[in-house]
Design a protein around this ligand. Structure first.
Ligand code: AP5
Length: 207
């Protein structure tokens, strides 16, 4: 969990490499439907572009199959409200699995806005970069993953909307998981590698 730009996607990709757990990112599932212009994609584009949550049933139906298909996973961007958290609990009970830890990445709104405005994604690989903090390999070099795109929901208005939704609907989940004794909070305002180290320690995977 974490507000927009806290580094959920960045950290989950690194954690996937370190632990072998599958990275399941609901935002990516949403963008993939939109890009392929499926019927579902057309229905959910408006929510995503404005920075609003896509209806719960759609997100739950999209995510459930991935839980069953994989032995271990890192859920990124799901659940985002109480209803989704309860649906996740039920889905996990059905397959006799449980959540080990809920990691919350925290950073100030000011830092988040700076990060999102500098975010660039490789069209070819999907890899996420930041023009300053995590620049892509040099243009024209062999590893150059360009061209890059900026997300449709990285406009100032949508970013503000997303942060508001996070504070109102997702942040209260911290209490839900705190009560279960599985919540860990990590200061995400530091360097990417420092954050990874602390997340790995928090989930008990650091050797
Ligand atoms: P989603 O794709 O999940 O977007 P988000 O929550 O807005 O999160 P972001 O991807 O913007 O941020 P992030 O924390 O992953 O940051 P990142 O690692 O990229 O969801 C998109 C939309 O889909 C939602 O708005 C909604 O409509 C829908 N949706 C998804 N899930 C849903 C659900 N469960 N229910 C309903 N609707 C749902 O990092 C950001 C930038 O900062 C990058 O450029 C990165 O390089 C840089 N950076 C990262 N870490 C650091 C660091 N430590 N220091 C400096 N720079 C850093």
């Amino acid at each position: 969990m974490g507000p927009q730009g806290a580094g959920k996607g960045t950290q989950a990709a690194k954690l996937e490499e370190e632990t072998g757990a599958t990275h399941i990112e609901t935002g990516d599932l949403v963008r993939s439907e939109i890009k392929q212009e499926t019927e579902l994609g057309k229905k959910i584009k408006e929510y995503s572009d404005k920075g609003e949550l896509v209806p719960d049933e759609i997100i739950i139906d999209m995510t459930k199959p991935y839980l069953d298909e994989n032995d271990s996973w890192i859920l990124d961007g799901f659940p985002r409200n109480k209803e989704q958290a309860k649906a996740l609990d039920e889905a996990l009970k059905e397959i006799d699995e449980k959540i080990d830890k809920v990691v919350v990445l925290e950073a100030s709104d000011e830092e988040l806005i700076e990060r999102l405005s500098g975010r660039r994604q490789s069209e070819a690989t999907g890899e996420v970069y930041h023009i300053e903090h995590n620049p892509p390999p040099e243009e024209g070099s062999e590893e150059d993953p360009g061209p890059f795109v900026q997300r449709d929901d990285d406009t100032e208005e949508a970013i503000r909307n997303r942060l508001k939704t996070y504070h109102e609907q997702t942040e209260p989940l911290k209490d839900y998981y705190e009560e279960q004794g599985i919540l860990v909070t990590v200061d995400a305002s530091r360097d990417i590698d420092e954050v990874t180290k602390e997340v790995l320690e928090a989930v008990g995977e650091n050797k």
